[in-house]
Design a protein around this ligand. Structure first.
Ligand code: SF4
Length: 351
């Protein structure tokens, strides 16, 4: 209808001026440079061309609805933390993450009615067999050394223990000690390749060798060769996360500020219903600390780690041999098959 109005306007104009369409065919539509889009176009004006243009050519100017050119839209590439940050569960605050998972609110849990009975049964099971953690855990590092050197040894052992089995960490610590490379002074002077070769095959050995040197330097410059005596100070060291921080505070300074929750403690607490739906060891730590008496905060770690290494294993837990199977809500229902790995994703550096 609008189009008809436009044509009517032009015909009236022609009649009044007497020359506009004088050289045109009978159908002015065929002579008109015209663009019309029924859905997205709106006719806004009709203008004559400048004087240089032939008077017979008239253009209908239309305004198209602008569409966004995707090439002009500035894309912001997501910058993700490197694999080490995932492994340690410690976000790099210097990286502008475009997506960050909101922290789940840990639900308060009342103490499970039978937790003391379950704990007692687990203690009995643990007393029957040794687990790797009993002789090769981080807290066993440098037991023959003076206190200051031992603290540093426990710190380095904790650093190496991430994504690494106890016996592998233990072997690496032994080789470092035999090479006189378990002190900040000697580590700071050693070259990275030497450290890397000595700690191989611990997970992320290249990155850990770099971090060992950084930690040694910080300890020498800021702490007179000792380690930080606060949780904040420990967490500020490269590669040290909350799990390690709490362990080092407990063992190194006899200062209990929280439960050391690793993947074993996290898994078993969820299986036993001691925490509800926690997604990370940090959430489990928060949930557990809400009800577990403080005198249990230190012994719970080696107890459950060893239980996880021998009975309540990640895959195919030995529920039929477990003496709490009548009290455990996950008995005979825990995972029996490994999760399918996504291609290209790995937790370990090449070994
Ligand atoms: S019954 Fe099974 S899942 Fe429950 S604690 Fe024992 S081994 Fe673990």
């Amino acid at each position: 209808m609008l189009f008809t109005l436009v044509l009517g306007y032009r015909r009236n104009k022609q009649r009044s001026s007497g020359d506009i369409f004088s050289d045109r065919s009978s159908d002015p539509l065929t002579q008109t440079n015209f663009t019309y889009n029924r859905m997205h176009t709106k006719i806004t004006s009709i203008k004559s061309e400048p004087e240089s243009t032939s008077a017979s050519e008239h253009h209908v100017f239309v305004r198209r609805k602008r569409s966004r050119n995707p090439e002009l839209v500035t894309k912001t590439e997501p910058i993700l933390p490197d694999i080490e940050e995932f492994a340690y569960g410690k976000p790099n605050v210097n990286l502008p993450l475009t997506k960050s998972k909101p922290k789940t609110q840990v639900k308060p849990v009342n103490p499970p009615s039978n937790w003391e009975k379950v704990l007692e049964q687990i203690r009995k099971m643990r007393s029957l067999n040794d687990a790797p953690v009993d002789s090769m855990g981080c807290e066993k590092a440098g037991t023959s050394l003076p206190p200051k050197e031992r603290r540093f040894a426990v710190l380095i052992s904790s650093l190496l223990s991430s994504q690494t089995k106890d016996h592998v960490t233990h072997g690496a610590i032994q080789r470092l000690q035999d090479s006189n490379l378990l002190k900040p002074e000697t580590i700071e002077k050693a070259d990275e390749t030497t450290l890397k070769n000595l700690i191989y095959p611990v997970g992320f050995y290249t990155r850990k060798a770099i971090n060992m040197k950084k930690i040694a330097k910080i300890c020498l410059l800021k702490y007179n060769g000792d380690i930080p005596n606060t949780l904040e100070g420990l967490l500020s060291l490269p590669g040290i996360g909350p799990k390690m921080g709490h362990l080092v505070m407990n063992v190194g300074w006899d200062n209990v500020q929280g439960i050391c929750v690793d993947t074993h403690v996290h898994r078993i607490c969820n299986r036993l219903g001691w925490v509800v739906g926690t997604k990370t060891p940090e959430e489990t730590r928060e949930g557990l600390q809400m009800w577990l008496p403080k005198e249990e905060w230190v012994p719970i770690n080696p107890l459950l780690v060893g239980f996880g290494q021998t009975v309540c294993t990640p895959l195919r837990p030995s529920c039929s041999l477990c003496s709490v199977n009548e009290l455990c809500p996950s008995a005979f229902r825990a995972a029996t098959t490994p999760k399918k790995k996504l291609p290209g994703k790995t937790k370990r550096e090449e070994l």
